[in-house]
Write a protein that binds this ligand. Sequence first.
Ligand code: ADP
Ligand code: MG
Length: 309
Amino acid sequence: MTTAISITDLKKTYVNGFEALKGISLEVQQGDFFALLGPNGAGKSTTIGVISTLVKRSSGSVKVFGKNVDTHVYDTKLDLGVVPQEINFNQFEKVQDIVITQAGYYGLPRTLARERAEKYLRKLGLWEKRNDRSRLLSGGMKRRLMIARALAHEPRLLILDEPTAGVDIELRRSMWEFLTEINEGGTTIILTTHYLEEAEQLCRNIAIIDEGLIIENTSMRNLLEELDSQTFILDSPVEIGTVPNFNFKDVSVCKVDNKCIEVTIAAGRNVNEVFAELDRLGIEVSSMRNKTNRLEQLFMSRLNENGLK
Ligand code: ADP
Ligand code: MG
């Protein structure tokens, strides 16, 4: 199996002394669709910046398809396409020219550069806009243009930094389809996201990063199986006395206030049974909601296990 990317003990301390990366090690195999999942400020963009050598790391090493990014500058750049989090093209340049110019940076001859621009602008629904100045594009189109630009030299590894942040659901789905298609065509993809659902939808393998550390590195399937409990907040129309003991070992109940309880239910436990038990105990429920989204819950359980919080 070929390793698309291998990063070892990456550390990044910014000039203000802030340690954005505290030792990140990670391997992604060729052909994978990999998610780097983490909350805002976790260090996702910094990691990508270090991989693409735009951010100077404090220590550690990065290899792309077995080659060190420091010693094989040109080869590793050819293998890598990056879609940054922020729009960073020249807003006054024409859509088509942005892609062609990028291909030029990678040494593609003019005719091939034009072919590639057409291929990817068509695939991403931007061909009609090819002669527009890019500042006239909508937000979603600008993001797609950045993807077309990153693909101009057809890298073996595509890295996308929060490609769908702020993108509406319809467009998000079409972007997911596009990314799945190129992954099936053989391109290795790494994306960062703070949406668990996005990682769940697209990715086979996943690493969770928080506060500059990898706190989980597994397959998406394993991770979802490990999501072992859910917490609900239940409101009662009447005052709840002392909360009696539940008969189930895998359910815990605690009181939030006089008219509200919190119930944590392990995966696999039938929720109907929990309600029947509440009923039996004389607890009336008028409304219920999830305490946290699954992602927050996941972060919290991982952090607790790691003894970090
Ligand atoms: P993410 O992409 O996961 O949201 P980032 O990698 O952008 O997170 O940032 C990680 C942390 O590093 C954040 O706390 C951020 O404020 C900090 N950081 C990022 N860039 C700089 C910088 N140039 N100087 C100082 N701190 C920075
Ligand atoms: Mg970021």
